[in-house]
Design a protein around this ligand. Structure first.
Ligand code: OGA
Ligand code: NI
Length: 381
């Protein structure tokens, strides 16, 4: 990709093979980018995306805040109440927050501490861990390997997690960042384990909320996996012209997000963008496209975005829940045979949807529909 902008650097070439690999790579060097007077055109989003102006004061979303304490202790009344709130939220916009979730606050704090160490590494070191095009794992600057315009103002570090592999995250950290990141790897290994436990609890509540066998989704996701993504959003002088993360629905099943206190996450609900007030004690949960298919279209995939801030850096820790790669994604029978209507989507696998979103399509509000069309036409070939 060509760029005239002085801060979109071509990666320093080291000669030989490395130079060939790095040729044309756009590097988002956040410390340099912040000094830039004008926002490079690659980061400027169109009016259609930006309208209404997102730097104006936003209304705050009044999403349910669900206290999980009673449910986790087996209190049936509290469980039904939590499931009820989840049902309303998922029918409306697919977004809620949970408190008393059982995730150790010290673990969350430690995750942010290692997060900072990673993003403060020199660009050259971060690039050694960069993700390959079409892959999900690794460091990515402005997702510049995937898009050439409307770049998100962020850098990310992502890695996979499997409940059945006790040290996958640790091994990944050591292999791409070096042996000295073993401890960071353990912190994120534990963080992902905590997210997986919380996922299975939420899956049970989702089952209750849909009136199907309460263990159905919990069991379905027991052999599933996760993608963990650390999002770092540097301050941006022209925050009103760009996004940290553009409007999209997550293609995954469920997203468990913890954000710092800066704020910037917004959800589209009641026909307008609304801000999510950060809560240090809460985990933000949003439904993704795969769960929409699992609910036979009953529940909504949450349309959301993240705006950036003129003064402050913002951080979020995101755990995306995925079913086992080759398992058929299909709603439980109870959701089809009752008065609920016929199947809305054909069977598909998470590995097909992941391939589609990584290689062919930028996630947005129509991802699931476009994916199904792509799937049906590629099967017909
Ligand atoms: C994402 C996302 C929002 C945020 O990573 O998919 O929507 O607040 N992030 O970081
Ligand atoms: Ni998202």
């Amino acid at each position: 990709m060509e760029s005239n902008s002085p801060t979109l650097l071509l990666c320093p070439s080291k000669g030989g093979d490395e130079r060939d690999q790095n040729e044309g790579l756009v590097v988002f060097d956040s410390s340099l980018m912040q000094k830039q007077e004008n926002l490079p055109t690659e980061f400027i989003w169109t009016n259609a995306d930006l309208a209404p102006p997102h730097h104006d004061h936003q209304e705050e979303l009044n999403e349910p805040l669900i206290d999980l304490e009673g449910f986790l202790k087996g209190d049936e009344h509290a469980t039904l109440h939590a499931a009820d709130l989840i049902r309303t939220a998922c029918l409306n916009h697919g977004f809620f927050q949970v408190t008393n979730h059982g995730v150790d606050f010290e673990l969350i704090r430690a995750a942010y501490e290692h997060f900072d160490t990673i993003f403060k590494l020199p660009t050259s070191k971060k690039l050694k861990a960069r993700r390959a095009p079409g892959d999900v794992n690794g460091y990515s600057a402005a997702h510049a390997d995937r898009y050439s315009s409307k770049l998100p103002w962020k850098e990310t570090f992502s890695f996979g997690f499997h409940g059945n592999d006790e040290a996958l995250v640790v091994e990944y950290f050591k292999s791409v960042l070096g042996e000295e990141f073993e401890q960071a790897g353990w912190v994120f290994q534990r963080y992902c384990e905590a997210m997986r436990r919380l996922t299975l609890e939420i899956m049970e509540l989702l089952g209750i909320s849909l009136g199907v066998d309460r263990l159905h989704y919990r069991k379905f996701f027991e052999d599933g996996s996760g993608i963990m993504r650390c999002n770092n959003y540097p301050p941006c002088k022209e925050a009103g012209l760009t996004f940290g993360t553009g409007p999209h629905c997550d293609p995954t099943s469920l997203t468990l997000l913890h954000q710092d206190q800066v704020g910037g996450l917004e959800v589209f609900a009641d026909s307008k963008w609304q801000a999510v007030r950060p809560r240090p004690d809460a985990v933000v949960i949003n439904l993704g496209d795969t769960f929409v298919a699992l609910s036979n279209g009953k529940y909504k995939s949450c349309l959301h975005r993240a705006v950036v801030n003129k003064q402050r850096e913002r951080r979020s820790l995101v755990f995306f829940v995925c079913p086992k790669a080759d398992k058929a994604v299909r709603p439980p029978q109870d959701l089809i045979c009752r008065s609920e209507g016929p199947r809305r989507y054909p069977d598909f696998t998470w590995s097909d949807l992941l391939e589609f979103t990584q290689k062919h399509y930028r996630s947005d509000v129509t991802t699931l529909q476009c994916f199904i069309q792509w799937l049906l036409s590629s099967k017909a070939d």
